[in-house]
Design a protein around this ligand. Structure first.
Ligand code: FAD
Ligand code: NAP
Length: 322
């Protein structure tokens, strides 16, 4: 039978953003509920080595980090729900979300932490070699390719930034783009073309990621988008950088978004245009998209939710007294 769960802070999403909001919210006595979604723990559960999350001298594993974050959130009083939200009502003053299970979640405040997913090419070998040479995050994985050959696929700002970033680790970076001109901003293009460590391969589509004898990525099979000619490029690492899709389908028509679907917040805050509704992590951040920035904005969302409730409770108490 469907149940209604009530809380002072409802959090949708269990990545670093949602769980950090939960840790702060629970410690502030808001007894948060986290609805975990299809990917409990978020994007870091699909990676292996994490070397840039502060506090750990040695390499840690993404899934382990997220298990620890969840355990910490539960330890301080968060209730975790294995459910996927299928609709929301943001009219307030109580915000309602309905789960796939049929359960209803009611929050005096709502924190949206549904993240963003890297878009993939969807060609053979890509998912099989993910973590074995294929990645969607140069900041996360570039370090593992020190002194090796790497390629970046894409022609937008992300691809160009990833290629430039990778030159910190590698002297042989190749950008592969399906057309003969880049979509990236001119200033980034200028930096790219001026960098002697980067070569651009135009008009090529990746047909397949090819495995080496050791089980890691060895090469990419390419096809020329103009002539149809087939070729191969040897590489140790391939970074797919063809865009990210924020998980904001639920909020279409309910909250303002930019043209790429990221939730808009008041600059420098996690506040959406609806008082009491906050957004944190990748769902409102197409620039940084890191675990630490998601955790940071999750913390901000909880602090602002607490202030919102304190202000609201004070105003209601004053009304009763009057
Ligand atoms: P996410 O981690 O994307 O989590 C979103 C959550 O929302 C998930 O739990 C999902 O189940 C839930 N959700 C979505 N829709 C619904 C719904 N309808 N109902 C309920 N729940 C829902 N960053 C680093 O700092 N260091 C790294 O080394 C690093 N490596 C990475 C490696 C890979 C392969 C990838 C893909 C990313 C990596 N990142 C890394 C980036 C980092 O993972 C993200 O920046 C971070 O996870 C964003 O956190 P988030 O909480 O905003 O969202
Ligand atoms: P994007 O601008 O949408 O660019 C995606 C790129 O990937 C395009 O060049 C596209 O090719 C290519 N692509 C898409 N699907 C492909 C496929 N199936 N096969 C091969 N190539 C494919 O995405 P983004 O670069 O991630 O940027 C997203 C948004 O964030 C943009 O608004 C961007 O300006 C912003 N951003 C800004 C900064 C910054 O300001 N520094 C940094 C990063 C991102 P085509 O060009 O042929 O379509």
């Amino acid at each position: 039978m469907a149940t209604t769960h009530k809380t002072r802070m409802l959090i949708i999403g269990s990545g670093p953003g949602g769980l950090s909001a939960a840790i702060y919210g629970a410690r502030a006595g808001m007894q948060p509920i986290v609805v975990q979604g299809l990917q409990p723990g978020g994007q870091l559960t699909i990676t292996t080595d994490v070397e840039n999350y502060p506090g750990f001298r040695e390499v840690i594993q993404g899934p382990w980090l997220m298990q620890e974050m969840e355990a910490q959130a539960v330890h301080v009083g968060t209730r975790m729900m294995y459910d996927v939200i299928t609709s929301v009502d943001l009219k307030g003053p109580v915000f309602t979300a309905v789960g796939d299970s049929g359960d209803v979640y009611e929050g005096d405040t709502l924190v949206i932490a549904t993240g963003a997913q890297a878009q993939w090419l969807g060609v053979p070998g890509e998912q099989e070699l993910s973590g074995k040479g294929v990645s969607a995050c140069a900041t996360c994985d570039g370090f593992f390719y020190r002194g090796k050959m790497v390629v970046v696929i894409g022609g937008g700002n992300t691809a160009v930034e990833e290629a430039l970033y990778l030159t910190n680790h590698s002297d042989e970076v190749t950008l592969i783009h399906r057309r003969d001109s880049l979509r990236a901003e001119k200033i980034l293009q200028d930096r790219l073309f001026a960098n002697p460590k980067i070569k651009v391969v135009w008009n090529k589509r990746v047909e397949r990621f090819m495995e080496g004898e050791n089980g890691d990525l060895r090469a990419l099979a390419l096809i020329d988008t103009q002539t149809g000619e087939q070729s191969e490029i040897l590489t140790d690492g391939a970074f797919v950088a063809i865009g990210h899709a924020p998980a904001t389908e639920l909020f279409k028509g309910k909250l303002p978004m930019d043209e790429t679907g990221y939730l808009l917040v008041e600059p420098g805050t996690p506040k959406t245009e609806i008082p009491g509704v906050f957004a944190c992590g990748d769902v409102m951040d197409h620039t940084y998209r890191q675990a630490i920035t998601a955790a940071g904005t999750g913390c901000m969302a909880a602090l602002d939710a607490e202030r919102y409730l304190a202000h609201r409770d004070f105003a209601e108490a004053a009304k009763v007294e009057a």
